[in-house]
Design a protein around this ligand. Structure first.
Ligand SMILES: Cc1cc2nc3c(=O)[nH]c(=O)nc-3n(C[C@H](O)[C@H](O)[C@H](O)COP(=O)(O)O)c2cc1C
Length: 342
């Protein structure tokens, strides 16, 4: 999927926003790794959000529950972390972005700017300035850290989403992608509100709030945090597929949260996402994981003679609602055999 209304992308494996895309070196590494597009670390107007980066901490959790530091983390691990936003001034940040955009453009890889919502009017100001240097802007209104501190906000109601997106849309004259939280009662309604307010594409879905006692009397990280793991994948795909069903194939969707390998990316695509933003797999395996995912996705499509556009949403087209499922004969142990059993 190309950036809707913006530049072409070489493949659907994008690198999402995180500390790995916060420096010129980090951005270049993701571009050189062959990403379809790269989203820079988020900024906003809040000094508190910048200070929050000083208390960032990261704990990886194995599928068996072992907590390990970043250096020994493995691909299947979950990640519980605190995080803040990029610390340079806006002028410094835009100059840095301009360099990365030029480096990416010369290599066919669009570099997007990103804002994590604080105050909508400030996000609109920053978005307008950012649009002068980037080919597209991603607005994150779903950061789970918003539940812990007011430096960033997590919006979970359609009216608030519509108002924030309208404000930012008014100043951003390049494509605007809006990234939604996974933890809201009706994410499809948020997607619909964002689209009606002018979003060119919808990102689904942000990570979840998390908490993990360490069983030594305290908690991992010593606080609450943001959580993502491979087990989040079906939860992300639930909202991607339901949004695809509700809004139709003309609304570009960008998947995120839970993809660790090429099969996961393919599952996002089959659920209706036109591209997938990867982050945690780069923390465990480095930027080389991008090439592995791109190769895995393209060779899957190639060996089956499928084209990417046709594959997007393919699983949704074949999925049925509960009322349309034919009765199945339950296994013997589930069958009712009278009040006294047999
Ligand atoms: C350490 C860390 C920092 C992140 N920072 C941001 C951010 O500044 N802005 C944003 O929109 N998303 C941010 N994210 C969310 C990611 O862009 C991505 O959506 C999420 O990690 C799910 O993808 P994954 O399962 O591949 O990690 C961050 C994620 C992590 C793990």
């Amino acid at each position: 999927m190309d950036i809707p209304g913006g530049p072409a992308t070489a493949n659907p494996v994008w690198v999402g926003s995180s500390e790995l895309t916060m420096t010129p070196d980090g951005l270049r590494a993701c571009i050189d790794a062959g990403a379809g597009a790269v989203v820079a670390k988020s900024v906003n107007e809040s000094a508190a959000a910048r200070r929050q980066l000083d208390i960032a901490d990261y704990a990886f959790v194995s599928p068996g529950g072992e907590v390990r530091p970043p250096g020994v983390a493995q691909r299947g691990d979950g990640l519980l972390n605190r995080s803040g936003l990029a610390q340079p001034t806006l002028d410094e940040w835009l100059a840095m972005l301009a360099g990365a955009v030029a480096y990416g453009a010369a290599r066919g890889c669009p570099v997007l700017g990103s804002i994590t919502l604080g105050d909508p009017a400030a996000a609109a100001r920053i978005g307008g300035a950012m649009a002068e240097v980037v080919p597209a802007v991603e607005l994150n209104i779903g950061a789970p850290h918003g539940r812990e501190a007011s430096a960033v906000r997590q919006l979970t109601e359609a009216d608030a989403v519509g108002a924030a997106v309208r404000a930012v849309r008014a100043t951003v004259d390049v494509p605007l992608l809006v990234k939604l939280p996974g933890q809201a009662s009706d994410v499809v309604a948020l997607a619909s509100a964002a689209r009606s307010a002018g979003a060119d594409g919808i990102g689904l879905v942000g990570r979840y709030p998390g908490f993990l006692p360490d069983l030594d009397g305290g908690a991992v990280l010593g606080s609450w945090g943001a959580w993502g793991s491979p087990a989040c994948l079906p939860m992300s795909l639930y909202w991607v597929s339901k949004t695809r069903l509700a809004l139709g194939p003309d609304v570009p969707l960008i998947g995120t949260n839970g993809a660790r390998n090429a099969a996961d990316v393919l599952r996002f695509l089959a659920s209706g996402a036109g591209a997938v933003e990867i982050v945690t797999a780069l923390w465990t395996d480095g930027p080389r994981v991008v090439a592995e995912l791109v190769e895995g996705v393209l060779s899957y499509l190639d060996t089956r003679g499928l084209d990417l556009a046709g594959f997007v949403g393919s699983a949704v087209r074949r999925a049925r609602g509960y009322p349309d499922i034919a009765p199945v004969r339950p296994p013997a142990w589930l069958r009712y055999s009278g009040p006294s059993g047999r």
